[in-house]
Design a protein around this ligand. Structure first.
Ligand SMILES: Nc1nc2c(ncn2[C@@H]2O[C@H](COP(=O)(O)OP(=O)(O)OP(=O)(O)O)[C@@H](O)[C@H]2O)c(=O)[nH]1
Ligand SMILES: [Mg+2]
Length: 318
């Protein structure tokens, strides 16, 4: 058995060490890593590890309690459903390290060290605006073959909303109660994306109640005439209040991308990869090669398409 085969079998068994090794491979931005990623995906497919996870996105304002909430939701999910497995990927704009910070510590989620069904990984975001890093999509492609749920935490301040909408099957916007003089929650553009809202820190009392009504009004204003207005869940990630309601919502909407949605998602992130790595020149070259859709269809997987893409030899524009 090759080294890669051993890693794949270990990862399918959800052993932490091989998982971490594979995640690092998928985070590796170097072109030299692409063939091994393609081989890993092919090896997973051959073992029947097709994409199966529901991908849930949690975005929202800094400090609203996203990490605490996501950690608690993950822990609750595996304790109520013996078959559930959850991977949490947190994009951390405040971390300057290239991943590896211990989210489990920060979220105060305690679980036995041998608990295979929960996996935490934090990634530094490499974009000034927060949101997703370059390694986010590749790692989601790996994790969605291994776990039943993949939770992605991003900081929501604009562009990242669009990306999380592309990535996730269901998007939650996590907010915290407003101070007294704040009237509006967020720019309308951000309010339009989420499937559901989570007003966390509902344990803080009167401010939380006032904020609930202000949020309802902001949503009605940003999304007029919507047939079924998005739910607002009031939670406390500290006390656990309201978390089961969020889980019900999650489970009720458990769906995975169908083939068509998956193609569109691959296409979007393939173009993003080309743009990020090779700029406008790279995109022109992609057009000459028939475009992302054709390249993906001909290659069989996102990673194989990356290998097949004839990148410009010039270094990317700064
Ligand atoms: N009172 C109260 N505090 C909370 C709750 N959830 C989280 N916190 C606290 O809020 C602070 C921020 O929590 P995090 O989970 O790190 O928030 P975050 O949104 O992930 O933060 P960033 O990723 O840095 O944007 C911590 O001190 C938490 O203990 C809650 O439900 N109630
Ligand atoms: Mg966080």
């Amino acid at each position: 058995m090759s080294e890669l085969d051993r890693l794949l079998e270990g990862a399918i068994a959800l052993d932490k060490w091989p998982l971490a090794r594979l995640v690092r491979l998928f985070e590796d931005p170097r072109p030299a890593a692409v063939p091994e990623k393609a081989a890993a995906i092919a090896g997973l497919e051959a073992r029947g590890a097709a994409p199966r996870a529901m991908v849930a996105g949690y975005t929202g304002t800094p400090g609203s309690g996203k990490s605490t909430l996501v950690g608690q939701l993950a822990a609750r999910l595996i304790s109520r459903d013996p078959a559930a497995t959850v991977a949490v990927l947190a994009i951390d704009p405040s971390s300057h390290r290239s991943g590896g910070s211990i989210l489990g510590d920060r979220t105060r989620v305690h679980f036995p060290i041998g608990e295979r069904r929960l996996y935490f990984r934090s990634q530094a975001s490499d974009r000034e605006l927060g949101g997703m890093g370059r390694a986010t999509y590749p790692v989601v492609r790996l994790l969605e073959r291994l776990f039943a749920y993949v939770f992605v935490e991003t900081v929501g301040i604009g562009q990242s909303e669009v990306e999380i909408e592309r990535l996730a099957d269901r998007v939650y916007l996590v907010l915290q109660p407003l101070g007294g003089d704040q009237v509006q929650f967020m720019k309308a553009g951000i309010m339009e994306v989420p499937h559901a809202f989570i007003l966390n820190k509902s344990d803080v009392g009167a401010a939380a109640r006032r904020s609930y009504h202000a949020l309802r009004a902001s949503i009605d204003f940003a999304r007029p005439g919507e047939a079924s207005p998005p739910p607002i869940f009031r939670t406390s990630a500290l006390s656990g209040d309201g978390l089961d309601d969020v889980l019900e919502d999650l489970i009720a909407h458990r769906s995975t991308h169908d083939a068509e949605a998956r193609r569109a998602r691959d296409c979007y992130f393939f173009e993003k990869w080309v743009r990020d790595e090779y700029g406008r020149f790279g995109l022109d070259l992609l057009e000459q090669q028939g475009g992302a859709d054709a390249l993906l269809a001909a290659s069989g997987s996102f990673e194989a398409a990356q290998a097949a893409y004839r990148a410009p030899v010039a270094p990317p524009a700064p």
